[in-house]
Every structure is written in structure tokens, then in C-alpha cells.
Write a protein that binds this ligand. Structure first.
Ligand code: S3P
Length: 171
């Protein structure tokens, strides 16, 4: 049986916040992949990207994902780039139900405008919306193909998203 509930989607889609709320609602354990990577490396994600590089981060992400237990009741919040590796997606499918938190580029921008902890969005000279649009274009199909369900989060607050997922899964 696939017990875990796995949240994927673009940076700023609300995976961490919704994951925490949903886990509380269901009495599941919340696992935030980025937080585990930060804890394992005793560094922030931004520092890992800066000091060790993206390839190192992706290997750490792979290790944490492949170390997840299929027999536990977890809500797992993945980093936005975890779907870039097909092996990650296959493994996540084998341990749980994958839910894509969809958000438009404009909502993502308004949520991340004042954040400085997304190294991939800090790169380049383009403005934030163009950068988000480009990355979204590269990834949207991967999120769509990876998920069992998707939910549009544009007009919902995190509590509403969590509640809708709970309803959708009939828990
Ligand atoms: C990334 C998303 C981030 C974090 C890292 C890379 C990505 O997580 O894993 O900065 O490639 O989209 P969030 O989606 O939680 O922001």
C-alpha cells in the first residue's frame, strides 16, 4: 500500500506550509526534504548551492528521497526540482500518492518577491517574473506527468489547500 502523501510543485507553491498543515490534520508526520538536506549538511539551501553547487544539492536530494520509508504515514514536501530526476519520481510513486500544487507564475512571483532563499531564482539578470516563467515552462509538463492529482492553489490559502486535499483523498 502507498501510504505517504507527497507534495510537488514549483517554488512558492506552498508545499512546505500545506504539508505541515495537512500532516497535522491527518495526524501524519511531516517531512520537508529541503529541511532534511539542510539538517544533514548543517547549511542552508542557499549556502549549499553557493559552496557545493547544484549537482551536489541534487545528489543530496536524491539520497534523502530514496531513503524515505514506504510503510510510514508521512506527508512529504519535496523541493521544486525533485521531479527533474525520473528516478526520484519513480521512487516517490512507489511510496505514495503524488499531489501537484499548481500555481501561476504571477502568484509565485507575488509569494516570492521578498524572499532571498531561492538560489535558482537569484541567478541571471532577468526580472523575477521572466525567470519564473522560463523555469515554469521547462518544468510544468514534468509536474503534470509526475502527479496522481493536481490542485490549483492560486485563490486558496494553505489551510484551504490542505482541506481540499484531505477531501479529495477521502481521509
Ligand atoms: C528548488 C526548489 C527549492 C529548493 C532548491 C531548488 C528547485 O525548494 O529545493 O532551492 O529546483 O525548484 P522549494 O520548492 O521548496 O522552494
Amino acid at each position: 500500500m502507498r501510504n505517504n502523501i507527497i507534495l510537488i510543485g514549483f517554488m512558492g507553491a506552498g508545499k512546505s506550509c500545506v504539508g505541515r498543515i495537512l500532516a497535522e490534520m491527518l495526524n501524519y508526520t511531516h517531512i520537508d526534504i529541503d529541511s532534511v538536506i539542510e539538517k544533514n549538511n548543517k547549511m542552508t539551501i542557499s549556502d549549499i548551492f553557493e559552496k557545493e553547487g547544484e549537482d551536489f544539492f541534487r545528489k543530496e536530494e536524491y539520497e534523502v528521497i530514496h531513503g524515505l520509508n514506504k510503510d510510514k504515514l508521512n506527508v512529504i514536501s519535496c523541493g521544486g526540482g525533485s521531479v527533474l530526476n525520473r528516478d526520484n519520481v519513480n521512487y516517490l510513486h512507489s511510496i505514495g500518492m503524488i499531489i501537484y500544487l499548481k500555481a501561476s507564475s504571477v502568484s509565485i512571483m507575488s509569494r516570492l518577491m521578498n524572499c532571498s532563499d531561492r538560489p535558482l531564482l537569484a541567478r541571471g539578470d532577468e526580472n523575477l517574473l521572466i525567470r519564473i516563467d522560463k523555469l515554469m515552462h521547462e518544468r510544468e509538463q514534468l509536474y503534470d506527468e509526475a502527479c496522481d492529482f493536481s490542485i490549483n492553489t492560486d485563490d486558496l490559502n494553505p489551510e484551504e489547500v490542505a482541506f481540499n486535499i484531505k477531501k479529495m483523498l477521502k481521509y
